[in-house]
Design a protein around this ligand. Sequence first.
Ligand SMILES: Cc1cc2nc3c(=O)[nH]c(=O)nc-3n(C[C@H](O)[C@H](O)[C@H](O)COP(=O)(O)OP(=O)(O)OC[C@H]3O[C@@H](n4cnc5c(N)ncnc54)[C@H](O)[C@@H]3O)c2cc1C
Length: 382
Amino acid sequence: MIWGKTWRILELLDLADEASKIAHAPPSSALGIGFDFRRSDQASIGERFLLAEMPYGCIRFHRAEFLDVFVNHLPTGVAHFRKRVKSYEQDTPGDPITLHFNDGSTAECDVLVGADGVKSMVRAEMLKHIASTKGNPDLLDLIDPFFSGTIAYRGLIPVDKMPKGPDGSPHRTIRSPMMYCGKSKHVVSYSISQGSIVNVVTFASEPEKEGAPAYDGPWVTEVSKQELLDCYANWEPEVVDMLNCIERPTKWAMHQLKHLPNYVDGRVALLGDAAHAMTPHQGAGAGQAIEDAYVLAGILGDHHTQLDNIDTALRAYDHMRRPLASHVLQGSRDAGRMYEFNGPQGEHYETLCPAIQRQWEWIWASTPEEDLENALKWMKEQ
Ligand SMILES: Cc1cc2nc3c(=O)[nH]c(=O)nc-3n(C[C@H](O)[C@H](O)[C@H](O)COP(=O)(O)OP(=O)(O)OC[C@H]3O[C@@H](n4cnc5c(N)ncnc54)[C@H](O)[C@@H]3O)c2cc1C
């Protein structure tokens, strides 16, 4: 899912028409449902405790179809597949950066943008480099993601296989993005692909395990349907019936990064999960990567940016994007706690509901155009 701010970037890139065709339904700036929050960890029928609405609501895609919208517009010859970067060298300021790949080949570049995900090699090398040159070994603690204390189960259900409501009506989640909440667990479900598929992600937390080192084993595994059903036994029927329709669930260990003090070092920058991998509780990690890319591309494409001031240009990116992405990283963590009644508000709906609503304020606090403009202004002031 993405939110209105990311949608604006698709409009600016002239990709909104194409993305509209593969969304759950064509997005509209009118008030839409973000999530319908419901208390569901009991065998009897649950109750709504909050309907969170905002312009555009939550805009939903099948991930592969969404990526294709971007990929289809790449000029030919700019992407090289089956290459794995092993290390990079940025020895003399001003000289090109040398990349070393696993297959023994090398390449040179003026700017290296590490968009290599939660286990980023570029992040590891960058933090090691800053730690050794600035004499700050504490930075090494920020390289590895840590376990959030939460595991997720995921699955897709064709809409015609969804269970009906007790009165024979279509399942509620086909119409509304649902947030089924319970103590230390929650279940998210919503339609994607023009309403033809329902995406389900369920979460189960042991909050006291937050901060444990990263999982040793595989972070993603296939699991039996029974394991999934056992986890949500005694939840309300519309949740259990839906989970029963997931044929091959997968189980994911959710990790996140600590806040980094830097997204750039010389001519090297981090982007997306490499810089700020977060838990998915605001559905915002990919959107933040897209915001990073929009601002970074705007700075690099500005006519004031030249080879001899690229360091400053990248610092402008860091200056603008790091506080915003850090805010969403923290908000995602806190949102997960609130949905499972483990936040400071506990189960007090009077304070919990406004707190849940407030978590989305970053979406309209600034526009992507304003963020880019501010970054360029900062760069010129330097
Ligand atoms: C369960 C779950 C649900 C989520 N739901 C949402 C959501 O609804 N909305 C949202 O906005 N976000 C969501 N996210 C977060 C989102 O998936 C990530 O934030 C997003 O994928 C980050 O994009 P990225 O390009 O930075 O990293 P990635 O998508 O991880 O891509 C990194 C790429 O780099 C490649 N790579 C890695 N190392 C190297 C190397 N050494 N050399 C070359 N290539 C390399 C990888 O193969 C990969 O292709 C969710 C995450 C999870 C786990």
